[in-house]
Structure formats: structure tokens, C-alpha cells
Ligand binder design. Structure first.
Ligand code: ATR
Length: 280
């Protein structure tokens, strides 16, 4: 076999980074598409981010993903930040241009919507009120994607109300905020409930929301994927709601990054999902 002209390279920069599932994901796709290359964990501390990013073109990297603690800081370093990343206020993907410039984007919102459509292909954001719990970084990506999909009413609730109010002011449009204490009542007539908080994650407090007022036709989604079924999703499933766990968002956000770096839009296969589930 002829040698390819270059070894394809990408990675994920973070600190800590060894827990990241991204290398497994991208290396699966590289092999599936018979591409010669590797996706590697890059353990980079906060003060090393600029040097590490600027080294990417010289080392022949096509780009990288960013995880904690780099998602916001990187926006000040790269040459171009696309509008989606700007609105979300964070980047999770860097693409090295042919001229060695660095462009930043954020595929979390794409991944979120794709994971919902994978579970429910006819899902639309304008099918009824959407209740969103949480107002942190993850909520920003979810809210931007829901607004772009045409959501008409988003009920936003956060334990610290000022953070929800800030987001409503910033994104405007369909977002209305409600007190955290009214979370059980806010479910009345909702078409969808989304958890973006860390509640229900391994090591964090369990959910204490009562789903009685949520229609059983509502879709319930949790962006947490450790555990795969949070207490919220288990309670929703038991009463007949369709549920979507957070793994799909992780898997689908990786697809446009792979496409931007290596030119092929990969699929989330059953085999890939099982392989990643086995690591959880
Ligand atoms: P991320 O970027 O992952 O969203 P974050 O910015 O720290 O992380 O946000 C975490 C979210 O989970 C916030 O909405 C947080 O609520 P506060 O703004 O009040 O801190 C929410 N959260 C974390 N633990 C929670 C708990 N035990 N009960 C309710 N909300 C919780």
C-alpha cells in the first residue's frame, strides 16, 4: 500500500483529560473510514493553552477539541470564533486552516439537537413549552440550539435565579424564568423537560423534582451521561415518558468536528454507542 502523504492528527486539550471518551470515538471513526492517523489526549494546563494551540499547525494537527478548563479562554487566543461559539460563550472545537490560522466553533448545540432527533426523528422545538433546568455552561449550548430550532416558549429555572435571569436577558426571545421552588408546577403542559444541571450525576445530589404535572407525552432529556440513566430519567421512564440520555450529545457533537478535520461526516453507529457505553 502506498504511504499517505500525511498522518492525520487531532486531539483533545484539557486538564484533567485522561477521562475523555473522545479519543475512543474519533479513533473508531478513523479506523472505520480507513484513514491513517490518530486522535490523542493532550494534557494541557491553563497556562500552557496558548502555546499548545499555536503549536497545532506546526505539528501538522488538523485541529483539536477543548474541554475543562479551556473552553472560554481559547476564544481569546484563536484567530476566528464563529457566531455559534460566540453566542454560547465557549468553544469546544478548533480547526487549523490551510494558512495555519486557528478557527473556533462549538458543536455542543448541534450534538444536542442531533441526539434528540436520533431518539425522536419527528421532534420539533415548537411543539410546546420546553422546561430547562440549569443556567450554567451546558445550558447555554442547549438554549442557543433550542432558540435556533424555533422554540417558542422556554421556561428556564435555576437554583441561583440571577443566572437564569442573566441568560433570559442575553438570549431574550422565548425564554421566561421561573423560581426554582416552582419547578414541579412549571411542568404543567410542557412538551419537553431538559436537565442541564449536574444534579443526578455520579457524586452529586439526586433530583428532587416531582413529575406529576408533566404530560406523559413529554420528552425528557438529561445531558448527564454518568450514570446513563439518571434518577430523573428513571422516574420519567417509569411513568411512560420517552427519555434521552446525555451520551448522544457527546457522540453527535464529535461528528462535525471529524468532518471539519478529516473531510468525512461520520455516523453514530450502534457498535460505537455500545463501545462507549461499556466505558461508563
Ligand atoms: P456546566 O458548565 O456543566 O453547566 P456550571 O456552569 O457549574 O456547569 O453549572 C452547573 C449547573 O448545575 C448550574 O445551573 C447549577 O446551579 P447554580 O447556578 O445554582 O449553581 C446547577 N446545579 C449544580 N448542583 C445543583 C444542585 N444540587 N441543585 C440544583 N442545581 C444544581
Amino acid at each position: 500500500m502506498a504511504h499517505p502523504d500525511r498522518y492525520l492528527l487531532a486531539g483533545v486539550m484539557g486538564w484533567p483529560v485522561m477521562h475523555s471518551r473522545s479519543p475512543k470515538l474519533h479513533n473508531y471513526w478513523l479506523a472505520q473510514h480507513h484513514l491513517i492517523g490518530a486522535y490523542v489526549p493532550l494534557a494541557i494546563k491553563e497556562d500552557g493553552l496558548e502555546k499548545a494551540l499555536r503549536a497545532l499547525p506546526a505539528l501538522g494537527f488538523s485541529g483539536c477539541n477543548l474541554t475543562i478548563p479551556h473552553k472560554e479562554q481559547a476564544m481569546k487566543i484563536v484567530d476566528h470564533v464563529d457566531p455559534v461559539a460566540r453566542r454560547i460563550g465557549a468553544m469546544n472545537c478548533v480547526i487549523v486552516g490551510a494558512d495555519g490560522s486557528l478557527s473556533g466553533t462549538n458543536n455542543d448545540g448541534f450534538g444536542y439537537i442531533a441526539s434528540i432527533r436520533e431518539a425522536k426523528p419527528d421532534w420539533r422545538a415548537d411543539q410546546g413549552p420546553i422546561v430547562v433546568l440549569g443556567a450554567g455552561g451546558a445550558a447555554r449550548a442547549v438554549l442557543v440550539s433550542l432558540i435556533d430550532e424555533g422554540a417558542r416558549e422556554i421556561r428556564l429555572l435555576n437554583r441561583t435565579p440571577a443566572r437564569a435571569d442573566d441568560l433570559a436577558r442575553e438570549f431574550g426571545g422565548p425564554i421566561k424564568t421561573y423560581a426554582w421552588s416552582s419547578r414541579n408546577d412549571a411542568l404543567e403542559g410542557a412538551a419537553m423537560l431538559i436537565n442541564t444541571t449536574s444534579q443526578g450525576m455520579v457524586g452529586q445530589p439526586e433530583h428532587d423534582i416531582l413529575l406529576d404535572k408533566l404530560p406523559t407525552t413529554a420528552l425528557v432529556s438529561d445531558i448527564v451521561y454518568i450514570p446513563l440513566e439518571t434518577s430523573l430519567l428513571a422516574a420519567a421512564r417509569k411513568r411512560g415518558n420517552t427519555t434521552v440520555n446525555g451520551l448522544g450529545m457527546l457522540l453527535h457533537q464529535a461528528r462535525p468536528a471529524f468532518k471539519a478535520w478529516f473531510g468525512v461526516m461520520p455516523d453514530v453507529t450502534k457498535e460505537l454507542r455500545s463501545m462507549i457505553e461499556a466505558t461508563i
